[in-house]
Ligand binder design. Sequence first.
Ligand code: UDP
Length: 328
Amino acid sequence: MKTILVTGGAGYIGSHTVIRLINNGYRVIVADDLSTGSKEAVDKRAKFYECDIYNKKELSNILSNERIDGILHCAGKIVVAESIDNPLKYFENNVVGLKNVLDVLVDFNIKNIIFSSTASVYGNNAFNVKATEDTLTAPTNPYAESKLIGERMIMWTAKKHNLNYVIFRYFNVAGAMIDASNGLRTKNPTHLIPSINSVALGKKDKLEIFGDDYDTLDGTCIRDFIHVNDLAKAHQFGFDYLFKNGSSDIFNLGSEKGYSVKNVYYESVKLLKTDIPVVYSKRREGDPDCVLANISKVKEILHWEPEFNLEDIILSDFNWRKKLLCLN
Ligand code: UDP
């Protein structure tokens, strides 16, 4: 049985992936500082270490105790607006954090890593085209820049130390477990779908749509949404591939379907059959007009494709948020 260390395994994407990995025959160790993650999100079958990944000694202690075959590095900061306000915090978390992980990977001779990157590395180059992994990168904010630096750090380190890596560029991840057993735990979400659902549940007064003067059909930004469980499945396929000696590569994880912010809003109103107050305000800094994936490569090489659609994403997040309200 292979053992995977998941940094950030108490967070949203990490915790869903931990469940998927365990259900598919992996042993999982979670390292998380619980700064944004939550202990309750960690599958009880995983071994948990509360660990600051900026402290190399704490990370090394885990590696000294456990025999690890691969690392999934999910820990990191992910809010674009926050990254514009505090770029150095983002470089510290996302770049220095990864550097520590790579240091221990090399020190303990671990050969496999999967890295959570982002479609926002494409910036506006995915406008009017579906971005392939060869589309030129052009980050428009410090968050995206920090992830692109991370990708390059991995590539150079892999070359020198014979590591195998899979880099996943996530498009817009949302949704929750279909049985509402896990989901995004942030109380004041900033992402679109959880924000819409928070308004629908009366936890927020109104939805603010940031900008309706973009160069798109209805003037609002276009995004490609992917269910968190589809994303989790891709990580399992990624490790299966690496352990069968698959070669290092970068893959987009999206759905190839573009929805504008207005599309998502009206779809939510229709599905939830409730009034969702909305206001239009000015553009949010750093938002690219359109981000859309081409997923031919991941289909062909990892044999992965998404199972869930926009309706599943909106409804699963809504049901989870409703349950979260009852729990608190
Ligand atoms: N958005 C919005 N109102 C919100 C949250 C997001 O209009 O309350 C828009 C945002 O400007 C962007 C799209 O929804 O055009 C997706 O934003 P999100 O923060 O969900 O993800 P991002 O694409 O920034 O990673």
